[in-house]
Design a protein around this ligand. Structure first.
Ligand code: GDP
Ligand code: IMO
Ligand code: MG
Length: 448
């Protein structure tokens, strides 16, 4: 049995593939954490979702909002991959690549999996019509067509990035898919049918422009692993939006978590290839879109937290849609659940500085449901809507933390807050972010 430090070191060297996954409802600061950790990685890969994601990165190159390109792109020598598990809107990807190039960022090391699904115009139209038809029960999707694209993938009706390279394949698969969807669009939603030629007009061109980027993503990961180079798998969205484990049906249509190796599946490797799962959590909670949110705040505190940094365009407003984010206290019940189903080995806690001015801070330690104490997230949406959070109040520190780079230099109240979070969620906080910029971080234990 491996017991000593030498033995526990072993697997870290043999399997240096680390997943960075959102622990809450998205927007935890995954892009910012990946940008920091990528310094030591050789390969950075997105494994799930599509351009419903919006990752903000602020570094020596400027401020960027990425929807598809992995956050490792700012380092010259890193290979960046868009995995088979991603839904790719080629127009959005090409725009993102163009914008990066215009700002002097070299994108030649980007590879897009030929297995990845393509978002077609009918997916965006279906996203709109489905949301309209849900009325008051609308999910509040980002409207980017990601859900209908993944639905087509499962229905074996999807078009993959590799199909963009062969006109006949694109036309044949496009025709089959649109014939089906036009029946739904006209008969179920009573809307106007889409025209195939209009829909496909630009896609042949997108294929030509994307050709230099299209390839295999598995091989670069396996080669990096064999060389002992670090690989980062960049999650999108948050675990509580996970199709299986999230607050269903108010979830996204893919598997953002590393549970059941969603991350491994999304880049074509095996579950045993992954050595560590790092969960990113905010020091409080946010959610954009509809669905249950037990610790949600509706008072001045919500406004205060939402508008922190607003004057610099850094408040809690969606990176992809600009919608105001719903705000709540840190929910340790939901966080612990997320730690467990992701198999997280470490946590990165972000936006600690946003709490700097508060005289006191609340943490939800349990839920009450029908007079009973509940210590995990109930499966039924109607139950999650009814739970009453039980709070523990901790004193605030009312001191700026953005300049702090060592845990011991944090105010004692901030240290106590972090220690309590660790205890409640049953996972060590190895990284603390005290600002949106690359260097504004405290590394408690190196991730690599
Ligand atoms: P992602 O989708 O998980 O990558 O997160 P988003 O980029 O959508 O939202 C996170 C926001 O928080 C961005 O505006 C980041 O620049 C910002 N951010 C990340 N970490 C910190 C931090 O520690 N402090 C502050 N003040 N902002 C942060
Ligand atoms: P990042 O990677 C926050 C939410 C939407 C909606 C639900 C379903 O930036 O953390 P969808 O368009 O996926 O069908 O919408 O999921 N959602 C996100 N919320 N951050 C994200 O990504 C999200 N991606 C999807 O708001 O509630
Ligand atoms: Mg985001």
């Amino acid at each position: 049995m491996p017991t000593g430090p030498e033995q526990t070191q072993g697997p870290e060297i043999a399997m240096p593939i680390v997943v960075v996954v959102g622990g809450q409802w998205g927007d935890e600061g995954k892009g910012r954490i990946v940008d920091l950790l990528a310094r030591k990685a050789r390969v950075v890969a997105r494994y799930s979702a599509g351009n419903n994601a919006g990752h903000t990165i602020i570094n020596d190159k400027g401020e960027f909002k990425l929807h598809l390109v992995p956050a490792g792109i700012f380092y010259r020598e890193k290979t960046c991959l868009i995995g088979n598990g991603v839904a790719v809107d080629p127009e959005v990807l090409l725009q993102e690549v163009d914008q990066l190039e215009e700002r002097g960022i070299d994108t030649s090391r980007l590879i897009v999996s030929d297995h990845a699904q393509v978002i077609m115009p009918w997916h965006r139209e279906l996203d709109r019509l489905e949301e309209l038809s849900r009325g008051r029960s609308a999910i509040g999707t980002t409207g980017k067509g990601v859900g209908p694209c993944f639905t087509d993938k499962v229905a074996r009706r999807g078009i993959r990035v590799g199909d963009l390279l062969r006109r006949e394949d694109l036309l044949a698969r496009g025709k089959a898919a649109l014939d089906y969807h036009n029946r739904v669009i006209t008969r179920v939603y009573d809307a106007d049918a889409l025209d195939l030629d209009d829909c496909l007009e630009n896609y042949v061109e997108y294929g030509k422009r994307l050709e230099p980027y299209i390839g295999d993503v598995q091989v670069p990961i396996i080669q990096a692993k064999r060389r002992g180079d670090h690989v980062l798998l960049e999650g999108a969205q948050g675990s509580l939006l996970d199709l299986d484990h999230g607050t269903y049906p108010y979830v996204t249509s893919s598997v953002p978590s590393s549970s059941s190796s969603g991350a491994a599946l999304g880049v074509g490797i095996g579950p045993t290839d992954i050595s560590r799962v790092v969960g990113v959590f905010k020091s409080y909670c946010t959610r954009v879109g509809n669905g249950p949110f037990p610790t949600e705040l509706f008072d001045d505190m919500a406004t205060l937290l939402r508008d922190h940094g607003k004057e610099d365009g850094r408040g809690e407003y969606g990176t992809t849609t600009g919608r105001p984010r719903r705000i709540g206290w840190f929910d340790a019940v939901a966080a612990r659940y997320s730690v467990r189903f992701n198999g997280m080995s470490a946590v990165a806690l972000t936006r600690l500085d946003v709490l700097d001015e508060l005289p006191s801070i609340q943490i939800c330690t349990a839920y009450e449901l029908d007079g009973e104490t509940v210590d995990t997230v109930p499966a039924r949406e109607s139950d999650v809507n009814r739970v009453r959070p039980v709070y523990e109040e901790l004193p605030g520190w009312q001191t700026p933390t953005t300049h702090v780079r060592n845990f011991d230099d944090l105010p004692p109240q901030a240290q106590a807050f972090i220690r309590r979070v660790e205890e409640l969620i049953e996972c060590p906080v190895d990284l603390i972010s005290v600002g949106p910029e690359r260097e504004q971080a405290i590394i408690v234990n190196p991730i690599f």
